[in-house]
Design a protein around this ligand. Structure first.
Ligand code: FES
Length: 171
């Protein structure tokens, strides 16, 4: 039976119903062993991030200790515990990108946005992430904004990319 969540974090309880329906669907397919990551992915897709209350709810549904769920969420940089910005900037820090200056590109984003990797600007416009190889090494250093890829990026390009989205071009 679906355990309903009393989540103060989620104003839209429809989101939690959707998540519960997904968990129920997986449960009908058999054992829930090894399904935690899939559920966290789905939860982040639905809600946009993974607040503590949602992690506790998932832990309860899977009969797991909440610490186990927190551990997985903190380990993978893909998962976010804070609301994401309208534009999510992912900077690849895989080896091919790193050796030709991805760290300097990331530093420039940090400087211009005034946030660290894993954070969101106070106006909720941008989130910044550092990722492992995104599979486009031939274009290194690679960044993406809401999935739109930019290759051979240098620190000089960073302000132009930010302005492009501030100006609404990404909408
Ligand atoms: S290392 Fe950056 S795309 Fe592969």
């Amino acid at each position: 039976m679906t355990e309903q969540m009393n989540a103060s974090c989620c104003q839209d309880h429809g989101h939690m119903r959707e998540l519960d329906a997904y968990i129920d669907e997986l449960a009908q397919q058999g054992s829930m062993d090894g399904k935690l990551i899939a559920i966290l992915h789905r939860a982040q897709e639905i809600i946009g991030y993974l607040p503590k209350e949602v992690q506790i709810h998932i832990a309860r549904r899977l009969s797991l200790p909440p610490a186990k769920v927190f551990g997985v969420v903190s380990f993978y940089s893909y998962f976010s515990m804070v609301p994401r910005g309208k534009f999510v900037i992912d900077v690849c820090m895989g080896t091919a990108c790193f050796v030709i200056g991805a760290d300097k590109v990331l530093d420039e984003f940090k400087n211009l946005l005034g946030i660290e990797a894993g954070q969101t600007t106070p106006d909720r416009l941008f989130s910044l992430n550092a990722l492992r190889c995104v599979g486009a090494c031939g274009l290194a250093p690679v960044i993406s904004v809401n999935g739109k890829m930019y290759g051979k990026v240098t620190p000089k390009d960073v302000s132009k990319i930010i302005e492009e989205y501030k100006g609404g071009a990404g909408e």
